[in-house]
Design a protein around this ligand. Structure first.
Ligand SMILES: C[S@@+](CC[C@H](N)C(=O)[O-])C[C@H]1O[C@@H](n2cnc3c(N)ncnc32)[C@H](O)[C@@H]1O
Length: 201
């Protein structure tokens, strides 16, 4: 299955760079069709994807069939008991956090990381303040030009949703639940969140 470019995949290289070592255990929350996991599979074999969309997961399985030990869970990240006994070195979540209740999802990500493990989120936020709208407005033309230059594929057959929380609300929640996390506005109408779980937690 082929690679493609959109406002989420543009952040894949930095997520790949955060894979700690070739034995790392990685979880992709809301893995969709598995494109990111396919790229991560070149760095470590211990990869797990979870998504409730059975059709997307069948595409992910096809992408990773040879010769991978990828594990796929068709289910809800918040409630899947299959994850309860697992701990991960890296949890990634691209364009999927806004499909879930924010605080329970961040708390579960924190729980499922091993001490020293890393969380990397690429997310969408809702425009609420004047500042949010001004930034989005300023980015409109440059992003359209970049999307055209890269022949953006769009989001074929992908479950999408509108974000509910603003950037400020997400940063506030992250500061409470993931102290020391870094949340940044990014170019393609996205934010990124990076956090390392302290060793003493
Ligand atoms: C916009 S897609 C992004 C997919 C993929 N991460 C990517 O970047 O292409 C959002 C994904 O989140 C998944 N999702 C929605 N609710 C979820 C939940 N509770 N647990 C896990 N995944 C969920 C959807 O099924 C969908 O595949």
């Amino acid at each position: 299955m082929k690679d493609y470019w959109n406002h989420n995949t543009v952040y894949h290289p930095e997520l790949l760079a955060s894979v700690p070592h070739h034995d790392s255990r990685i979880l992709d929350v809301g893995c969709g069709d598995g494109l990111l996991l396919q790229k991560i599979a070149s760095r470590t074999k211990h990869i797990t994807g979870i998504d409730p969309d059975a059709v997307a997961l069948s595409r992910a399985r096809a992408r990773l069939s040879i010769p991978s030990k990828a594990r796929f869970i068709c289910g809800d990240f918040l409630t899947s008991s299959e994850l309860d006994t697992q701990r991960f070195d890296l949890i990634v979540c691209v364009a999927a956090l806004h499909h879930m209740p924010l605080i329970p999802a961040l708390e579960r990500m924190r729980l499922l990381l091993r001490p020293g493990g890393q969380l990397r989120i690429v997310g969408l936020a809702r425009n609420k303040s004047m500042f949010d709208w001004v930034i989005s407005g300023l980015l409109l033309v440059p992003i359209r030009l970049m999307s055209k230059a890269h022949r953006e594929s769009g989001y074929p057959n992908m479950t999408t949703a509108q974000p509910l929380e603003s950037f400020t609300e997400i940063r506030g929640a992250a500061a409470r639940i993931l102290p020391g996390s870094r949340v940044r506005r990014r170019f393609y109408y996205r934010y990124t969140l990076a956090w390392t779980k302290p060793h003493d937690s």
